[in-house]
Design a protein around this ligand. Structure first.
Ligand code: AMP
Length: 221
């Protein structure tokens, strides 16, 4: 059983890297942002509550986030472990998480702000099937059109210059202290997120001493 958290600024490749680990090591991927987006798309009460906050690039209140995370993990559909993306994002959430669950490791994807801007403002999403694109690394064959279903490509509502600035500010002021807290517990492996996705994945696996045959161990100390 492996329990990981993947952290990094928006656009650092958390979804991609976490997805590859989840696929090959049977980990259940849990993305808090995706859970909230599901609520918004399905017009739930939670969706109505978080929509404006998300569109502004601000953080949802801790009580709500913690209850969503608890409910998700209480489903216990993670026999081989989980990889959580987008949580914890501040000191309080980190303390809640450490009190409630044993974590085997925190993967920190490190990316300079300028590269974040370049990547995030190039992100596109199919409005019909949800497939992800990036105008730098993964362009559609036909401009603004999904390769899979032909749907129109749109930007995420919170991928604007203004919302991105708010998220960068939040990240530096609130999320960096979380990394410090985890570092004190020697949980963190920091990985340069600038190389191509396959190289980043290789580095993560080497640092976590993960291979398909071997159980994952975090080097401590
Ligand atoms: P993400 O997809 O991780 O960028 O999350 C999208 C949005 O969901 C964020 O901008 C926040 O509004 C909200 N959100 C996701 N995770 C958290 C969290 N741990 N704490 C507070 N808000 C969150």
């Amino acid at each position: 059983m492996r329990k990981y958290v993947i952290m990094g600024i928006q656009g650092s490749g958390k979804g991609t890297q976490g997805g590859l680990l989840a696929r090959d090591f049977d980990l259940t991927p849990i993305a808090v942002g995706d859970i909230f987006r599901w609520h918004v798309q399905n017009h739930t009460k939670i969706g109505a509550h978080v929509r404006r906050v998300m569109a502004a690039g601000e953080l949802v209140g801790d009580d709500l986030v913690e209850s969503v995370v608890r409910q998700r993990l209480d489903q216990h559909d993670w026999n081989y472990g989980f990889i959580v993306d987008g949580f914890p994002r501040n000191h309080r959430q980190a303390e809640f998480f450490l009190e409630s669950y044993d974590i085997d490791g925190v993967i920190h994807l490190d990316l300079p702000d300028e590269e974040v801007r370049r990547r995030v403002l190039a992100r596109r999403l199919c409005s019909r099937c949800g497939m992800d694109y990036n105008l730098i690394a993964h362009r559609p064959d036909v401009e603004d059109c999904c390769d899979v279903c032909g749907g129109a490509l749109v930007s995420r509502e919170d991928d604007t210059e203004q919302a991105l600035s708010a998220r960068l500010h939040d990240y530096h002021t609130k999320t960096n202290p979380v990394l410090e807290l985890f570092r004190r517990k020697e949980f963190v492996v920091s990985v340069d997120a600038r190389p191509d996705p396959a190289s980043v994945q290789e580095t993560i696996r080497a640092r976590l001493r993960l291979s398909s045959e071997e159980p994952g161990l975090i080097p401590r100390g």
